[in-house]
Design a protein around this ligand. Structure first.
Ligand code: PLP
Length: 226
């Protein structure tokens, strides 16, 4: 059996060591445990170990888990996968956070479907920082227009930016995200989250001010497929 608790402790150690190297306080970086494709029992083990933030990428699968674990009211569910507009209702009604918004249409739909809920939906805009054509994410050029749209959405709370830099990206890509983050933070006081960093690039991300790292396989084991 995989010792989820030990894996989380190990990842937390890596986070604090990266923070130390970057001369940052460990408390500034939140661990988002990416549980996509992994069974409920593993999420429960992580929960028992104190983990509260979980990331999911597939709507149907996620909602089964969210429904089954609804008694654990302190779990915070983050949607981090690509968003089809026909899934925006389910996402808006079931998640606390969405990290992967990259176009106005999706933002507007999420805003409509969040209407009437106690809290706004926390959102990060996904930026295609490496400019890869195959990757999702808003381009840096189109970001200001998307920010203007979000500002009109009263059921969305803009929390920050998210990025998945290309494999083997240099520190410069991460620093570029940091600069964008700092500049929108000046414009929008609600912005406090830079969702950036996975196992392989955690040090670069934390050097560049990441406040949330998204880690899956190092906690739950490698995924067989998807
Ligand atoms: C799957 C996923 C992760 C985690 O990836 P691992 O390689 O399992 O750590 C992080 N971010 C996003 C957006 C993902 O889809």
């Amino acid at each position: 059996m995989i010792a989820i608790k030990d894996n989380i402790a190990e990842v937390e150690l890596q986070i604090s060591s990266a923070c130390q190297q970057a001369h940052r306080n460990t408390a500034e970086v939140t661990l988002l445990a990416v549980s996509k494709t992994k069974p409920m029992s593993m999420i429960e083990q992580a929960y028992e170990a104190g983990q509260r933030n979980f990331g999911e990428s597939y709507v149907q699968e996620a909602i089964e888990k969210i429904t089954a674990l609804q008694d654990k009211t302190d779990i915070c569910w983050h949607f981090i996968g690509p968003i089809q507009t026909n899934k925006t209702k389910l996402i808006a009604k079931n998640f606390s956070w969405v990290h992967s918004i990259d176009r106005a249409k999706v933002a507007i739909r999420l805003n409509e479907h969040r209407f009437g809920q106690d809290t706004p939906l926390n959102i990060c805009l996904q930026v295609n920082i490496s400019g890869e054509e195959s990757k999702s994410g808003v381009s840096v050029n189109e970001l200001p227009a998307l920010l203007n749209t979000i500002a009109e959405c009263e059921n969305l709370s803009l929390r920050g930016l998210m990025a998945i830099p290309e494999k083997n990206a240099s520190q410069a890509s991460f620093t570029c995200m940091q600069n964008l983050f700092i500049s929108i933070q000046k414009q929008y006081p609600s912005v406090d989250t830079l969702s950036m960093g996975m196992s392989a690039d955690m040090q670069f991300a934390i050097n560049a001010g990441s406040t949330m790292v998204r880690i899956g396989s190092a906690i739950f084991g490698i995924r067989a497929h998807k």
